[in-house]
Structure formats: structure tokens, C-alpha cells
Design a protein around this ligand. Structure first.
Ligand SMILES: Nc1ncnc2c1ncn2[C@@H]1O[C@H](COP(=O)(O)OP(=O)(O)OP(=O)(O)O)[C@@H](O)[C@H]1O
Length: 259
């Protein structure tokens, strides 16, 4: 049976009167990589920002419909994320943005545990050391930075900064991480390393990645959702959607005719 970690029901999101995500019902499979693809402005970013209650931080933003998180595969208990503390939601569902954004005043070490610092969660020095080392190893950054943990994160290269931002999200031990075009500001080599990293991470965390790069969606995702003008047009296993799309618009997008 397919193990679902997040489920939306008739999710609609708007900025003031402008509806940009329309009635999306979608289930995200646990420990998989789901790519959300579609042309510019079709609502991809807004959709994933509803998954961890970031959308409501924009002025005049509105959300209707439901988003459920299923933390435990055995209990199958659904948590309505709009009924609990948004800070808790963002700890369970982390986010990494388009441009690497390590906190500029923090060291590499502090950046990794920034979620704990900002949430006022006290860690013993030994616990913090362990989280920093373990998480930097997960993102393959430990060997590159272990001798300069007390230097600012902003001194790192773009690709390293993005891996540090992924580490910052992972350090909170989330159920899901949302990646919003995480490689669009990176060169091809740094992009390849992030793609390899994402594929390694899915054993421990569910990944949802927004990309308008069809090649990237095809290379790394297990499932793909195609959005167009705010609607979810098609969703399914990547190999099936890519080889036998059931919707004409998906076919046009994959062929590079739209977007
Ligand atoms: N803060 C905002 N205020 C008002 N409108 C917004 C805001 N952010 C996005 N929009 C609008 O919502 C629509 C969907 O934007 P969104 O960023 O979700 O699309 P996208 O598919 O992620 O686009 P892209 O691939 O270009 O990043 C667009 O028309 C955009 O102009």
C-alpha cells in the first residue's frame, strides 16, 4: 500500500482577489521525491508555501481547503496543519529557497542549528555538536567545513551555501522538506551535487521540489505533478507521466511547446 505523508483536499490559494492555486487535491508519498513542474507563474511556489503555512505570511493571502500531515505511517493519524501552531508546522515541514540564504550574522555551526536557536529550544553543547556533525555529513559538507565551523556561512560558495541551507532544514528532523527551485542560482556542477544529495536524502525525509526544469524533474523525481494556470493537470509516477502523459497540456509542456 502506498504510504502518504501529506494530503491536500481542494486547496485554493489567492493573493487578494487573484486566485493562483485552484482546487488542488494531491497526495505526497513518504520517502519519495515529488517534483512540481509547470510554466512560470502557474502557482508552483504558492502551492508548496501552503504546505507549511508560509503562504499566509504574504499580504492579503488567503487559503481555502485542507492540508493534512500524516506523521506516523502506522497510526495513519491525519493532522490538519491549519489547526496547529504554524511554527510547529514549519519545524515538521522545512523549506529551502531559490537563492541560498544562510543567516549572514551566524557562523556555519550556528546556521545548522538556527532552527533550534530561533525556536528557543535549548541544546546541550554535546547535543548541538552531534546535530551539526551528523547533519553536515548528511549533506556532504562536513569534510569541506569541519575546520572552519566558526566562520560565517556566507563565505562559502553558492553550492556549499545551498547545502548548508538544506542542512539547516534537515537539522530539525522534519518529515518533509520543500525545495523551491533550489538549483536555479547554481552552476551545473553545484546543481549536479545538489541533485545527487536530494536523491540520497529521500531515505530519511520526503522531498517536494519545485522546478521548471523538465530535465531535473525527470532525473531525480519519483512522482511528478504538472500545474498549469493554477490547476493540477496531471500527477503520477514520473516514468509514466513522462512517457505516456494523459493530458495534452502535459505533453505540450514536456515537448517544450509551453512555458
Ligand atoms: N506575494 C505575492 N503577491 C501577489 N501576487 C503574487 C505574489 N507571489 C506570487 N504572486 C502571483 O501568483 C501567481 C503564481 O505565482 P507563483 O510564484 O506561485 O508561480 P510559480 O509557478 O512558482 O512561478 P515561477 O516558476 O515563475 O517561480 C503569479 O501570477 C504571481 O504573479
Amino acid at each position: 500500500m502506498i504510504d502518504i505523508v501529506l494530503r491536500t483536499e481542494n486547496l485554493t490559494a489567492s493573493y487578494d482577489e487573484h486566485v493562483v492555486v485552484k482546487n488542488v487535491s494531491l497526495s505526497i508519498v513518504r520517502n519519495s521525491i515529488t517534483a512540481i513542474m509547470g510554466p512560470s507563474g502557474c502557482g508552483k511556489t504558492t502551492l508548496i508555501r501552503c504546505f507549511n503555512r508560509m503562504h499566509e505570511l504574504s499580504p492579503k493571502a488567503r487559503v481555502e481547503g485542507k492540508v493534512y500531515l500524516i506523521e506516523n505511517s502506522y497510526k495513519r493519524e491525519e493532522i490538519d496543519i491549519y489547526s496547529i501552531d504554524p511554527m510547529l508546522v514549519r519545524r515538521k515541514i522545512g523549506m529551502v529557497f531559490q537563492r541560498p540564504n544562510p543567516f549572514p550574522t551566524m557562523t556555519i555551526y550556528e546556521n545548522v542549528i538556527a532552527g533550534y536557536i530561533l525556536n528557543g529550544i535549548k541544546l546541550k553543547k554535546s547535543e548541538a555538536d552531534e546535530i551539526v556533525e551528523e547533519t553536515l555529513k548528511k549533506v556532504s559538507l562536513w569534510d569541506e567545513v569541519k575546520d572552519r565551523l566558526n566562520k560565517r556561512g556566507t563565505f562559502l560558495s553558492g553550492g556549499q551555501q545551498q547545502r548548508l541551507c538544506i542542512a539547516r532544514a534537515l537539522a530539525m528532523k522534519p518529515d518533509i522538506i520543500l525545495l523551491d527551485e533550489p538549483t536555479s542560482a547554481l552552476d551545473p556542477v553545484a546543481t549536479m551535487r545538489i541533485e545527487e544529495l536530494i536523491e540520497q536524502l529521500k531515505d530519511t525525509v520526503t522531498i517536494v521540489i519545485v522546478t521548471h526544469n523538465v530535465g531535473q524533474a525527470g532525473r531525480i523525481s519519483d512522482y511528478v505533478a504538472f500545474m498549469y494556470l493554477g490547476e493540477l493537470i496531471e500527477y503520477g509516477p514520473t516514468d509514466i507521466v513522462f512517457t505516456r502523459p494523459s493530458h495534452e497540456k502535459t505533453e505540450e509542456f514536456l515537448a517544450g511547446k509551453i512555458g
